[in-house]
Design a protein around this ligand. Sequence first.
Ligand SMILES: *[C@@H]1O[C@H](CO)[C@@H](O)[C@H](O)[C@H]1NC(C)=O
Ligand SMILES: *[C@@H]1O[C@H](CO)[C@@H](O)[C@H](O)[C@H]1NC(C)=O
Ligand SMILES: *[C@@H]1O[C@H](CO)[C@@H](O)[C@H](O)[C@H]1NC(C)=O
Ligand SMILES: *[C@@H]1O[C@H](CO)[C@@H](O)[C@H](O)[C@H]1NC(C)=O
Length: 416
Amino acid sequence: MTAAKSPQQAVASSTLCSIHGSLLTLATLTLISFTYISLKSLHSPFHDPSINSSPPPQVISRVENFVEEEDSPFSDIYHSPEIFRLNYREMEKNFKVYIYPDGDPNTFYQTPRKVTGKYASEGYFFQNIRESRFRTNDPDQAHLFFIPISCHKMRGKGTSYENMTVIVQNYVESLISKYPYWNRTLGADHFFVTCHDVGVRATEGVPFLVKNSIRVVCSPSYDVGFIPHKDVALPQVLQPFALPAGGNDIENRTTLGFWAGHRNSKIRVILARVWENDTELDIMNNRINRAAGELLYQKRFYRTKFCICPGGSQVNSARIADSIHYGCVPVILSNYYDLPFNDILDWRKFSVVLKELDVYQLKQILKNIPDAEFVALHNNLVQVQKHFQWNSPPIRYDAFHMIMYELWLRHQVIKY
Ligand SMILES: *[C@@H]1O[C@H](CO)[C@@H](O)[C@H](O)[C@H]1NC(C)=O
Ligand SMILES: *[C@@H]1O[C@H](CO)[C@@H](O)[C@H](O)[C@H]1NC(C)=O
Ligand SMILES: *[C@@H]1O[C@H](CO)[C@@H](O)[C@H](O)[C@H]1NC(C)=O
Ligand SMILES: *[C@@H]1O[C@H](CO)[C@@H](O)[C@H](O)[C@H]1NC(C)=O
């Protein structure tokens, strides 16, 4: 499969020059040609060097033909199941990441505070990459470079935003002057991971870190500078889950829709105001009081068909991962949200994606979904559960591996 490298670069450079320099187009073509070559080499024992000059359009049509012939068990959930399967396998075999070792592990870098709670995704990533096969101690082998900044830990120590920015700036500048890797691409093959929203703000002292490097963040809202084809949406997952995963339990799902939480955004205020007294939608205008009963909030997810996920103070919400875990079809109620893994997973196959204005017709929209479609959404939801779950050590196709796959896709367009 090493033969895949040169045509990839050829496609990459010609596309870059011609089609409005769009990184997204570039990524798609690169991925398609990459997979085409993988498929091609699987099918013929002799590698045909002429494919190196194949124009991209031809490549695309031949991939489509091949995919149509494939009988994939996951075709409902993935945009391109065969591309995902093959390219994922390539990633497992070849992907290497170098973690900068500098920084005092007892203060700000290297280790997040914990792997539980709201920002568990950040802690799990740090832990997982160290125990994974992707880590290399040889920077010359690395496709990407991980800058381990954990703002979660700084926040825990009560550091101000201003001071965090200075700390992050000093740290990154020390890496830039000590190692030769950053200057080769001005950070384009570097990434950092932060679930805490302050993590994004704290990197603002290093403009190229924001502009060039890959930001893996839990708040992928377009209006806070998220760049979908460069950055990666990290799912916010509140682990450990209080109760086991739901699924194949639709006879118990008798409530049409459910939401309970803080009214800390405009859409939540409207949601509560419009539907709080409805008899079919179970919309609470506040959090469920813990005193009312053990795990009442979680248990509602088991009894409900559709769980409403409006954005709160941040566009992201652990409620989405909760809904997936408990088998309740998430209803995304947000105007701008780059959903995690949405370039790989077809969210419309396991969730309902609505605009905020739809809140006024919410009940009718949900009632109009035929039973058979709800059953299909629910069954697909059970199949994606593994992608929204962290494990230690990480296991195939879990949240960690999905993030690594997203990074692998982006590495294919950034080559030093
Ligand atoms: C910020 O940094 C200054 C200078 O090092 C220090 O005096 C101050 O206590 C810090 N404040 C916070 C909240 O971290
Ligand atoms: C990278 O470039 C910066 C700015 O030109 C420079 O200060 C730094 O020393 C360079 N790093 C290395 C390792 O040469
Ligand atoms: C439905 O709910 C009942 C009562 O809580 C429970 O005992 C049963 O296992 C549930 N059925 C399924 C398929 O989960
Ligand atoms: C819901 O019921 C409460 C109590 O009766 C009432 O004060 C409130 O105005 C009602 N809300 C709506 C949207 O009808």
